[in-house]
Design a protein around this ligand. Structure first.
Ligand code: SF4
Length: 302
């Protein structure tokens, strides 16, 4: 039996309402990002498309109302510097390489760690990124994974070999240890969110270099602003020093509360270091117990 014109019209209205609801949520997130001082995040293309859509008359978009005049243009220029176009052609210094896992996608909605409109918009903005030289050697860009509304976020350094293959952070031996640490705190891995300072694997698991951190860090900051956790655990020196803008060694930063953009941040050792130095696990556990105490009222019963 064919559809009546009333059915078609009703379906179109439902779709329009759905788009409006999604768009409104996306704009709320963007307004919060900007009010939280994430000025590095330009209005992503998805936001601009929504702003141009009939659902939002000119001037009602958060991108227009929340950012100072000219800021959106400046931040967009900063982030897109050396960035390629979506078809992979750009002025970046890194040699483009074929990345079959990323290249053929029309969107990133199915990617891990994109469970809210704001996170998806950030992932769309990263795209098939070649903003730094790590792009040349990656198999998969590792955005993040977990609960988009997590009260607890773990931030590590960068993907290793297993993560580069699977497109998910902390899935190798160090990741298995992190998962056990999370479970010991009373959470499931899916309760929290996990991300890294750099989204692409440094070759040979070397440390990320300053220019690579500088290129990628705005995306981490945008992820944290989108999730708005109660507590961040910075795993290892790169995560702690990057987020805190503090060059103090991790051995002195760990175990003491710090603040990142108004959010409590606990630096502790990286699980990979704990695998090499198991005697330090006790100190890491003490740090996580401080986190548990801070979040105690909402710890799940297991
Ligand atoms: Fe882009 Fe970050 Fe990957 Fe560099 S590490 S290519 S900035 S996503």
């Amino acid at each position: 039996m064919g559809e009546s014109s009333a059915d078609v019209s009703g379906g179109a209205q439902e779709r329009e309402q759905e788009v409006e609801t999604l768009a409104a949520e996306a704009f709320r997130h963007l307004a919060w990002l900007q009010s939280a001082g994430v000025s590095e995040l330009p209005p992503p293309p998805i936001m601009e498309q929504l702003a141009r859509s009939s659902a939002f008359p000119p001037g009602e978009g958060a991108a227009d109302s929340a950012a100072p005049p000219g800021q959106a243009e400046r931040t967009r220029d900063a982030l897109s510097r050396d960035a390629p176009s979506r078809d992979g052609e750009g002025a970046g210094t890194a040699a483009p390489s074929p990345r079959p896992a990323d290249a053929p996608r029309a969107g990133f909605a199915g990617d891990k760690g994109c469970g809210s409109p704001a996170l998806l918009a950030i992932r769309q903005e990263i795209g098939d990124c070649t903003r730094c030289k790590l792009a040349a050697g990656r198999h998969r860009l590792v955005f993040g994974v977990g609960n988009p509304a997590a009260e607890l976020v773990f931030v590590g350094e960068g993907p290793g070999e297993d993560e580069d293959r699977q497109g998910e952070p902390f899935v190798g031996r160090a990741g298995q240890l992190l998962t056990r640490m999370i479970e010991a705190m009373g959470y499931a891995r899916g309760d929290v969110y996990i991300a890294n300072v750099v989204k692409c694997r440094p070759p040979g698991n070397r440390n990320p270099e300053p220019d690579e951190i500088e290129a990628c860090e705005p995306f981490l900051r945008a992820q944290l602003a989108a999730i708005r956790p109660r507590v961040i655990v910075a795993l290892g020196k790169f995560a702690a020093q990057t987020l805190l803008r503090d060059a103090t060694p991790i051995s002195r930063l760990r175990g003491r509360w710090a603040t990142y953009e108004g959010v409590k941040l606990m630096p502790t050792f990286h699980p990979a270091y704990l695998l090499r130095s198991p005697d330090e696990k006790k100190k890491a556990w003490e740090d996580l117990q401080l986190v548990m105490k801070e979040l105690g009222s909402s710890l799940p019963r297991r």
